[in-house]
Ligand binder design. Structure first.
Ligand SMILES: Cc1cc2nc3c(=O)[nH]c(=O)nc-3n(C[C@H](O)[C@H](O)[C@H](O)COP(=O)(O)O)c2cc1C
Length: 170
C-alpha cells in the first residue's frame, strides 16, 4: 500500500483480532513516529511499548473514552516532553499520525484515545515528571466481526478554496 492509499483509506480501529503483531512491523510503526516533523527538530516524544496483557488491560480500564485499549495485543503510550517544547502537542500529534498511517499500511489499526487517567497511568509506568502522557495508541489487526466504520468526510468544496477564500473553482 502506498502512502496516498494508506492516508486516504485509514480508519480508526477500536476492535482487535487476538493475533499478535510481528516485531518487525511494530518496529516500523515506532520508527514512523520517530521520523515525524518536529519544531526545531526537538523530537519531544518518547514511546513506551507495552505487550503485557495484564498491563494493557489495566491501562484500558483507565482510558475513559478508550476502553477498547484493553483488548489490543500492543499499546504504545506516547509521552510528550513538557520541558522546553512550545510545539510539543503538535509534534507529538504528527508522530501519532505517522504511526497510525504506517500501521494501516501494514494491515494494522489504531485509534487515538483522548481521555484517560494520566496520573495513574504515569505512576503505573514509572514515567518521570518531565514527561506527560500524550495519548495511548492500541494497535492490532482488525476484528472481522467488528470492522472499522467509514466516517463522513467533509466534501472537498466545503474545505478547499482556490486563490482566494470562497472561490471554489480552480
Ligand atoms: C485528538 C483526537 C482525540 C480522539 N479521541 C478519541 C477518543 O477518546 N475515543 C475514541 O474512540 N476516538 C477518539 N478519536 C478518534 C476520532 O473519533 C476519529 O479519528 C474520527 O471520528 C475520524 O474517524 P477516522 O479516524 O476513522 O477517520 C480521537 C481522534 C483525535 C484526532
Amino acid at each position: 500500500m502506498d502512502a496516498i492509499e494508506a492516508i486516504t483509506t485509514r480508519k480508526a480501529l477500536r476492535a482487535f483480532a487476538p493475533d499478535s503483531i510481528e516485531p518487525e512491523k511494530l518496529k516500523q510503526i515506532i520508527d514512523a513516529g520517530r521520523h515525524a516533523m518536529s519544531a526545531r527538530n526537538l523530537q519531544p516524544w518518547q514511546f513506551v511499548v507495552i505487550h503485557s496483557r495484564d498491563r494493557i488491560r489495566d491501562i484500558g480500564a483507565l482510558c475513559t473514552t478508550g476502553r477498547f485499549v484493553s483488548d489490543a495485543p500492543v499499546a504504545i503510550v506516547v509521552l510528550k516532553d513538557t520541558g522546553n517544547s512550545r510545539w510539543g502537542d503538535i509534534d507529538c500529534a504528527q508522530a501519532v499520525q505517522n504511526m497510525a498511517t504506517a500501521g494501516w499500511s501494514l494491515g494494522l489499526g489504531t485509534c487515538w484515545v483522548g481521555n484517560f487517567d494520566a496520573p495513574k497511568i504515569s505512576q503505573m509506568l514509572g514515567v518521570p515528571d518531565q514527561w506527560a502522557i500524550f495519548t495511548i495508541l492500541a494497535f492490532g489487526y482488525p476484528n472481522s466481526a467488528h470492522p472499522p466504520q467509514s466516517k463522513p468526510l467533509k466534501p472537498r468544496h466545503e474545505v478547499v478554496y482556490y486563490e482566494r477564500w470562497g472561490n471554489r473553482q480552480p
